[in-house]
Write a protein that binds this ligand. Structure first.
Ligand SMILES: [Zn+2]
Length: 209
């Protein structure tokens, strides 16, 4: 393994995320998807490169950077931050983990937990026979099947994912946690695809063209 560090945003040699790209992330705005999930950034530009960087390289460093933005933007002092008992994640399919050797949602959840100073625990498992890829759109909208186990009833959990598209995965995971006895599940994501929510500025451009 080689340790030549390049910026996950622009690919220039240097920090895991260079000053310019960090600044670029700061200039984005958090968004709420149509499904009601809060995401720290649109899955676009530097944020998109950074999230893909989390999946494919510079993993932990990028996870730390993204987690810091998520906590600052989506979990202000007080609110869910104070009451959260645990951080968990919606696990990536076993096939994807086998392919990459790690689960980017887990890396992100662990980084968010570290930022918050609360434990991170695996509470969700993919149910068997759930090849998310290759399912038709209707099946994908219902989300993958999860099994979950609550360590004790009444816990308040922050559920983390990297990218939200339809929100179906997070919703399926949330329902599974609630069914297992988790009292409160607060879903947050690093990024949401612009296909879900069109920023106001782009909506205006679309109208003008
Ligand atoms: Zn950069």
């Amino acid at each position: 393994m080689m340790f030549i560090s390049t910026c996950a945003g622009c690919n220039e040699p240097g920090d895991v995320l260079c000053r310019r790209c960090r600044f670029s992330l700061v200039t984005t705005a958090p968004i709420t998807t149509a499904a009601g999930v809060r995401a720290a950034m649109p899955f676009d530009g530097v944020a998109r490169h950074a999230v893909l960087g989390l999946k494919f390289r510079n993993r932990r460093g990028v996870a730390r950077q993204l987690a810091a933005v998520m906590v600052r933007r989506l979990l202000p002092e007080g609110s869910q931050r104070r009451s959260a008992d645990l951080v968990t994640w919606a696990p990536t399919s076993a096939a994807r983990i086998a392919e990459r050797g790690f689960d980017q949602a887990e890396l992100l959840a662990r980084a968010v937990a570290r930022e918050l100073g609360v434990p991170c625990r695996r509470l969700l498992y993919r149910a068997h026979g759930d090849p998310q890829a290759g399912r038709d759109r209707t099946a994908r909208l219902t989300g993958p099947a999860f099994r979950s186990r609550a360590p004790r009833p009444g816990l308040r959990v922050i559920l983390v994912d990297d990218v939200v598209t339809t929100g179906a995965t997070l919703e399926a995971a949330r329902q599974s946690l609630l069914a297992a006895g988790i009292a409160d599940v607060h879903c947050i994501a690093a990024a949401a695809t612009p296909a879900v929510v069109v920023p106001r500025s782009e909506r205006r451009l679309a109208l003008a063209s």
